[in-house]
Structure formats: structure tokens, C-alpha cells
Design a protein around this ligand. Structure first.
Ligand SMILES: [Zn+2]
Ligand SMILES: [Zn+2]
Length: 92
């Protein structure tokens, strides 16, 4: 696992960040800044798992464009309407 990333003694440049989804402390982790918080992930699938909103109606994970109504997320206008959110139109 150590891949030669150890710096000279005393350096603090290297920061091991642990993926908050799977706990992997793989050195190539990256940060996502969202809504004032910083999230650390080792891969995009973990980031999607953590960050993707869930449709309030069908509970599917919304990857890409969703629809927001009253602070809740839906995968599409049909689900928003099914929850009684009138006037929601899919953004194409
Ligand atoms: Zn991960
Ligand atoms: Zn849905």
C-alpha cells in the first residue's frame, strides 16, 4: 500500500484522506465541496453514492438532472407530480 508517498520527516504536506463512504484511504482521494461542507472520496462511484439526492417518490438515486420542489428532490417531473407538486416541468 505505501507507494513512496512518504515525505521527509516532519513534513505535513501529505495528507491521508479517507473516503467517507467506503473508508478507503487510497492516496488519490479527492475532495468535494458542497453546501459549506467538505466531503472526501476515493472514487466517483463513492461520491455519487454519497452526494446524489434520492427521489422522494420512487427512491431512485438521482444522477444528473433532477427536479427540486419545496426543498425535495425528484428524479423527474412525473415523480414530482405524483407527490402533488403541480406545475413542475422537466428541464430539457
Ligand atoms: Zn470510497
Ligand atoms: Zn422518481
Amino acid at each position: 500500500m505505501p507507494c513512496g508517498a512518504r515525505g521527509p520527516r516532519g513534513t505535513t504536506l501529505w495528507r491521508m484522506a479517507r473516503c467517507e463512504v467506503c473508508g478507503n484511504d487510497y492516496g488519490m482521494s479527492f475532495e468535494v465541496h458542497a453546501q459549506g461542507a467538505v466531503h472526501v472520496f476515493d472514487c466517483f462511484s463513492c461520491a455519487i453514492h454519497r452526494m446524489a439526492p434520492i427521489c422522494e417518490h420512487c427512491r431512485v438515486q438521482i444522477i444528473g438532472q433532477g427536479v427540486e420542489a419545496d426543498g425535495k428532490w425528484y428524479c423527474g417531473a412525473h415523480c414530482a407530480r405524483a407527490e402533488g407538486k403541480a406545475g413542475i416541468v422537466d428541464r430539457v
